[in-house]
Write a new protein. Structure first.
Length: 224
């Protein structure tokens, strides 16, 4: 017998169905709203609750100063360490992008707009620095070598810079309403990015593709 992929009590999506933990970037309130509208009628109430709880979970999991979220987290929003996946790395980049898409589809602000502002402010200094970006803990401190696993994970430097900058640019869908100058810095930087080639191109370019769709107005909720 299998396990449900969504917790029936708190509505959180699980990272894997047999564990009591989640991934902040998996929380998609803007999609849950559509599931409630177009899915099985008997599931509508659950998904409308999940929509609200997903936004609340963003607030739980994001650091109040940096806006950074961990890759994996427990139900309280605290980093959950499985094989080193407790820092702001890889999966975690998508949270800012999701907040951006939810903003233009639903525009229901319960405080998640501050996450977008905080994370753009945190990385702002790296817009004009031509060097590798450190992997950060959600408190904004760079990961130290002694904090890596025996296999050297997470790496000490960002492996997917194109993906990171793309998702940060997608957060401008939110920040443009509060700080248009900051927002434009990220949009200009994104516009001048080159697509990734080589080993890591899939994930980088996928995040770039979704950001381009959203920022150009072509990632739409309703085509009617």
């Amino acid at each position: 017998m299998g396990f449900p992929c969504l917790n029936q009590k708190n509505t959180y999506i699980k990272f894997v169905s047999n564990r009591r933990m989640t991934d902040p970037s998996y929380h998609l309130p803007h999609f849950y709203q559509l599931y409630a509208k177009y899915g099985n009628p008997e599931d509508s109430t659950f998904f409308l609750k999940a929509e609200k709880e997903a936004r609340k979970y963003w607030l739980k999991s994001a650091n109040a100063k940096t806006g950074l979220t961990p890759e994996y987290a427990d139900y309280d929003g605290k980093p959950y360490d499985i094989d080193g996946h407790w820092t702001f790395f890889s999966d975690a980049y998508r949270t800012a992008a999701n907040i951006g898409l939810d903003w233009i589809w639903e525009h229901k602000d319960i405080g998640q707009s501050q996450i977008a502002l905080n994370i753009q402010k945190f990385f702002e200094i790296y817009l004009n620095i031509d060097k590798e970006i450190p992997v950060f803990k959600i408190n904004g401190q760079p990961l130290r070598k002694e904090e890596q696993t025996a296999e050297g994970f997470p790496p000490l430097k960002v492996h997917h810079p194109i993906g990171l900058w793309s998702t940060l640019a997608q957060a401008s869908l939110v920040t443009n309403d509060f700080d248009s100058i900051l927002s434009l810095k990220y949009l200009n930087y994104f516009w001048n990015l080159n697509l990734r080639r080589g080993k890591y191109r899939y994930y980088d370019n996928l995040l770039y593709f979704f950001a381009l769709l959203a920022l150009s107005g072509n990632y739409q909720k309703d085509w009617s």
